[in-house]
Design a protein around this ligand. Structure first.
Ligand code: ZN
Length: 1191
């Protein structure tokens, strides 16, 4: 298959011709091409489209043979052919043989081809460059340009004369359209427009680089830069049939139905620019010329209102003039307060029927009667005028109104305004124009309360065109001569409707995150404007056609990079909906900030404008789910500033700050699909709707949620402003180390301390310290190391000495007072941390009987650590000793707090006793379990050893409450998921600890009777076979968060056997649509109400495969019995048939006696602390759940 192209030459297009069609034996060109390869030119055939070229949908080419498309009309020429035929062309030097050429003349070019079927010429000569056509005998004629002559020989004198006559006529017509433009003065290239992009490119098959110019809707190929200047080229490609595709780092293909041009640029950046320019050219070629044709229907609109160039395809929609591209560029420089530039061909939306009609009524004729009433010939411009001349003229004409026909009322504001109010009620647009641009105020008071403005008057009078004219001039400035007449500040006019413009550095847009640092050389300087909801970038400040543009409504995110992130001091990134990002840069941080603010203002929704006031590093819109309604994703506006994420939720007017460093959880779910932020009172799910900007957000939020430095305030914090790292260590020591001998004095292992500290510093949130995995001395040492290395110290550099000095105070009360005062001066985080630490040490010394660490010993250890001294200054230790001794007074601890602590200490002591008696298991958790229902009175706190089964837990709870179990009381432990409003009875042999680790904050455990167990056991005992099949109603959701499209419930046929569950579209289906291994399913009873299950007998099923991909779906049965049978079968299959233990007594006998006096003291929270956990649960449960239903 590799040489398929070689094996199948393109039909109807002989290879030699293909090889030759761009080639020429012409002495001017042939040296520049590679000779055809020896194998007959496969160099070309590689990239000739095969077997059929992709014909773009818009091409008018018929899908017939290639021959069809090769004829003159099928090539979708933009200019109709005027004369065509075979001629002999003068031979190149050194040869006497005339060459037969197919010669084609249209209004713009004389071209010749190898054959009549070729789409691309060997040579083109712009008609505008032809100075003379002369007969030179022997049926020959000569086409003279200002630098080269071309001699052709016709077949007869008649034919020759016909060619001469036609050529002369066309050349004359061309001259008359551009009267000032003599062929001798022509120095610009033959393409009428200046190139949008030009330069050298390699073209595959050619030895030398060609000079390529993208201009308007065509791409021109020249032998070299000199030819480009002269305007005489090889061929041009009409881009209405073009298609550009990037091939590799530097290469790209321009594909047309006739040929693929494989170009290669010097760098990938160059390539991007070429691709962009060519795509723009295609857009221009494809643009509807219907508007232009209609505007040009009026004779005066066929030539530029300012310079007289033919076929002007730009316009100023407020001045109602049609202008050429070069003038349009200068118009743009005047700013939209003076002239609003639009393309006739590209800005299709702006061209309403009213506006087109206005251009018929006013247009160049009426406009120039006013604006150009008095133009001295010396100041007029021509199509050949340079840009300086042009700019000077346009400033004089429109900004200063220098050539205006003054209205008789000029200077009399009141009269002007009154006259305007009268004029707008008539059809006299010329009068309105004169009044408006001589000073009448477009928003003047009419004195008519019904119609307070001229616009309202026009509307009342039914003057549509007057209205249209007034609307486009709502913000127009009145022309005025400038004092001092400085002409060198063309862009200094204040432009109220221009949001922003200026030069920016820009790299080509990207589809991937900006990976590495970009050097300055990778940026190009571009003139950028932000106006009318479009951010456009131009080659320079005088180009009319942008190289590209970004519509602000497509912007989804704006990122302010840190200074010097790239080779340019300030850079920012603009992300758009279609997954691309643009990197801009500026040398001045101030200007960069202005750009950022302007762009942000342009795309951020007004309801989120509060965010604009922030010094954001990232701002944009994202979809999120949160609050009580997780059904529908909403759009929110987010801004990240420092470690705070500010959010404007969809349904709220005010922004809400989320302290990222205080998050309880920050995780990514799915395959980078959802970012989960758990705060104390809520959970927020941010969805990755688009990849590019979402990944940026994820990284930025993760970074902002982490520690940013070595001071206390820069750490991840708990809700009470204590660094999470400190909290984690204290918690752990409290749980496992209070009775450990020499705690905080023993040093632990240095390497372990170092790595643990590093881990906690990086992300304390994700670190769970576990007994068995971590040694208490290592953790203790980590805490000390943290304080010792702390930037600015716990007591701060500023106040540290004052604390030390306070120890000298003899009077105890005075000393305590001073400590309290100093405590008040500490920053919040330092104060909270100090309190947490001293509270902890206070508890540690209570166990000094076991751990040998009394207050004095602790002070010796912690003094130098906290004050970061060498230990010789005894005062440091004294401060700590005082703080511990007077803990209650200094920190203002009330009785209730003290009582709570006492209870905790009691509980801990009990537990340690149990531990020393050998029943303690490593990795114990203490967990809240409810009896029968979730309410405070039913709360039990149970230590869960790693080996504990659901059955053991159940009996533990029943024992504590002294509940006597009767026969056929199927007491079980259930896992209840409040969010899903579903529950699952744990199998009696299931280990509880792993379940606890997976429980989210919206789940809990409850022990209650399983009412359906009896019936399930009866069903299982009586059924035949061990499969179940039948119809159920099925509903799928994409993942655990219920994202994606919900499709409602649909009837499906299911078969459950001993290994898998299969879903069939219908009973008769042969192949299952889906199939899941039963062991990977978790089946819960109940379906959340929001999904509107069709019956109340449903399951929620979670599926997770080996790759941890998750799915969630719902099944609904028609009857309770059906549900029971399905559920029993699931349990039966998943647990190898054993639903209920046959000998419960065994378990009970083996259980170790547990201390029931733990009561409801919560010691070790699963996530955050107990009250936080309950709060988050409460946030989800506003209405009484009905999930405790029994099957
Ligand atoms: Zn012009």
């Amino acid at each position: 298959m590799a040489n398929k192209e070689d094996a199948e030459p393109v039909t109807g297009w002989p290879r030699s011709l293909r090889v030759n069609s761009l080639f020429s034996e012409d002495e001017l060109i042939e040296d520049y091409y590679d000779a055809p390869p020896a194998n007959g030119g496969s160099g070309w055939s590689d990239h000739v489209p095969s077997p059929r070229p992709p014909v773009p949908a818009f091409s008018r080419s018929s899908p017939g043979t290639l021959g069809d498309r090769m004829d003159g009309t099928a090539a979708t020429p933009l200019s109709p052919t005027i004369k065509v035929g075979w001629l002999d062309k003068n031979p190149p030097q050194g040869s006497y043989i005339y060459q037969k050429r197919w010669v084609k003349l249209d209004a713009d070019h004389l071209r010749y081809f190898d054959t009549e079927k070729d789409a691309y010429s060997k040579r083109f000569i712009p008609v505008s460059s032809i100075s003379r056509i002369a007969s030179v005998g022997d049926q020959k004629f000569e086409v003279v340009t200002n630098n080269r002559n071309f001699v052709f020989r016709a077949e007869s004198d008649a034919d020759r004369n016909e060619w001469i006559r036609t050529l002369q006529q066309i050349a004359e017509e061309r001259k008359s359209k551009a009267p000032e433009r003599t062929s001798m003065s022509l120095t610009t290239n033959g393409a009428a427009d200046p190139a949008d992009k030009s330069g050298f490119l390699e073209l595959r098959g050619f030895k030398h680089k060609l000079f390529v110019a993208v201009a308007g809707d065509k791409v021109f190929l020249y032998k070299n830069a000199e030819d480009y200047r002269l305007g005489i080229g090889i061929t041009y490609i009409e881009m209405n049939v073009g298609n550009v595709k990037e091939v590799d780092r530097r290469g790209f293909d321009l594909t047309t139905p006739y040929r693929i041009f494989s170009f290669s640029a010097d760098s990938d950046q160059e390539k991007e620019e070429w691709v962009e320019a060519m795509q723009q050219s295609i857009a221009e070629a494809l643009s509807n010329s219907e508007v232009a044709e209609r505007i040009w229907a009026v004779e005066s609109n066929r030539f530029c209102a300012d310079c007289g160039s033919p076929k002007p395809d730009w316009a100023s929609i407020n001045l109602c003039v049609v202008i050429c591209k070069r003038c349009a560029g200068e118009h743009r420089g005047l700013g939209p307060g003076i002239t609003k530039v639009r393309s006739l061909k590209m800005d299709r939306k702006v061209w309403t029927e009213e506006l087109i009609e206005l251009f018929h009524q006013i247009g160049n004729a009426v406009a120039n009667q006013f604006w150009a009433a008095n133009v001295p010939p010396s100041e007029a411009i021509t199509p050949a005028s340079g840009s300086q001349e042009r700019r000077r003229f346009l400033i004089a004409k429109y900004r200063e109104g220098k050539y205006r026909r003054y209205h008789p009322l000029f200077g009399n504001q009141e009269e002007l305004d009154r006259a305007l109010c009268a004029a707008v009620t008539t059809s006299d647009l010329a009068e309105t124009q004169a009044l408006l641009f001589c000073g009448a105020a477009v928003t003047c008071a009419t004195g008519d309360p019904q119609c307070p403005t001229p616009l309202a008057l026009a509307e009342k009078s039914g003057q549509r065109l007057q209205m249209e004219f007034l609307l486009h001039n709502k913000t127009s400035e009145t022309p005025r001569l400038e004092v001092g007449g400085s002409e060198e500040k063309p862009y200094s006019v204040p432009l109220p409707s221009v949001t922003h413009n200026g030069f920016l550095y820009k790299t080509p847009s990207m589809a991937k995150p900006v990976g590495e640092r970009k050097g300055q050389e990778e940026f190009s300087r571009r003139w950028c404007t932000l106006q009318d909801g479009v951010l456009s970038y131009y080659e320079n400040d005088r180009n009319a056609v942008p190289n590209g543009e970004i519509k602000v409504e497509e912007i989804v995110c704006l990122v302010n990079n840190p200074p010097h992130a790239h080779g340019i001091e300030s850079t920012f990134e603009v992300y758009i909906e279609s997954e691309r990002l643009y990197l801009f840069g500026l040398e001045s941080p101030d200007s960069a900030r202005e750009w950022l603010k302007s762009i942000a203002k342009s795309f951020v929704h007004p309801r989120a404008e509060e965010l604009l006031a922030l010094d954001f590093e990232r701002i944009g819109r994202l979809h999120y789910k949160g609050g009580l309604n997780l059904e529908r994703a909403k759009e929110g506006w987010f801004a990240l500033a420092g470690s705070t994420l500010h959010v404007c939720f969809e349904d709220s007017e005010r922004q809400e700050p989320l302290q990222l460093r205080k998050l309880q959880e920050l995780s990514i779910q799915g395959d980078n699909e959802v970012l989960v932020l758990v705060e104390r009172r809520r959970t927020l799910y941010i969805q990755g709707e688009r990849k590019l900007d979402f990944l940026g957000w994820v990284h930025a939020i993760q970074k902002a949620a982490g520690s940013s430095g070595h001071t206390l305030a820069e750490q991840q914090l708990t809700e009470s402003d204590v660094p999470l790292l400190v909290d984690r260590c204290i918690d752990y020591i409290t749980q496992c180390g209070l009775t450990s001998e020499g705690i905080y004095r023993k040093s632990g292992q240095n390497s372990k301390t170092t790595s643990l500290l590093e881990m906690l510093r990086r992300d304390a949130r994700s670190v769970r310290l576990k007994e068995g995995e971590h040694q208490v001395d290592d953790v203790a040492n980590t805490l000390k190391r943290f304080f010792r290395d702390l930037g600015d110290g716990l007591f701060t550099g500023r106040w540290g000495q004052d604390w030390l000095r306070a120890t000298a105070l003899e009077d105890e009360e005075a000393k305590i007072g001073e400590y309290r005062r100093l405590l008040g001066t500490l920053p919040t985080v330092n104060r909270a941390t100090l309190k947490a630490l001293i509270n902890h040490l206070f508890r540690v010394q209570r166990f000094s009987g076991e751990n040998q660490m009394n207050t004095h010993n602790l002070a010796i250890v912690f003094g130098p650590t906290l004050f970061q001294t060498d230990g010789k200054d005894y005062k440091a230790g004294r401060v700590v000793e005082d703080l511990i001794s007077h803990y209650v007074k200094i920190f203002n601890v009330n009785d209730q707090e003290m009582k709570k602590q006492q209870d905790e200490i009691m509980a801990i002591m009990k537990m340690r006793e149990a531990a020393s008696s050998g029943t303690q298991q490593a990795g114990d958790f203490i967990c809240t379990v409810y009896l029968e229902e979730k309410k405070t009175e039913a709360e039990q706190h149970v230590k869960i050893p790693a080996t504990m089964t659901a059955e053991e837990l159940t009996f533990e709870i029943l024992d504590r409450r002294k509940i006597v179990t009767k026969e056929k009381d199927y007491w079980s432990c259930f896992e209840v998921n409040e969010r899903e409003e579903a529950e699952r009875p744990l199998h009696y042999s299931e280990k509880v600890l792993p379940i606890l680790h997976c429980l989210g904050t919206e789940s809990y455990l409850v022990v209650k009777k399983q009412m359906s167990m009896e019936n399930m056991l009866i069903y299982l005992a009586s059924r035949v076979g061990d499969c179940k099949h039948g119809m159920m109603k099925f509903r799928e959701e994409r993942n655990l968060l219920g994202l994606g499209l919900s499709t409602g419930f649909h009837d499906r046929y299911f078969i459950l056997n001993h290994t898998c569950l299969r879903l069939y579209k219908e009973v008769r289906s042969h192949k299952p649509e889906k199939e899941w291994p039963v062991r990977n399913l978790k089946v819960y009873l109940g379906i959340k109400k929001k999904l509107r299950p069709p019956t109340c007998w449903g399951f929620t099923v979670f599926y997770e495969n080996e790759k941890h991909e998750k799915q969630q779906w719902y099944l609904c049965c028609d009857t309770q019995a059906d549900l029971r049978e399905w559920f029993a079968t699931f349990l039966h299959v998943q647990n190898g048939g054993a639903l209920w233990p046959s000998e419960t007594s065994k378990v009970r006998a083996s259980r170790s006696p547990q201390d029931s006096r733990l009561g409801n003291i919560s010691l070790i929270p699963l996530r955050g602390n107990e009250s936080e956990m309950r709060n988050s649960v409460a946030a989800f449960a506003t209405d009484p759940l009905t999930l405790l239903r029994n099957v």
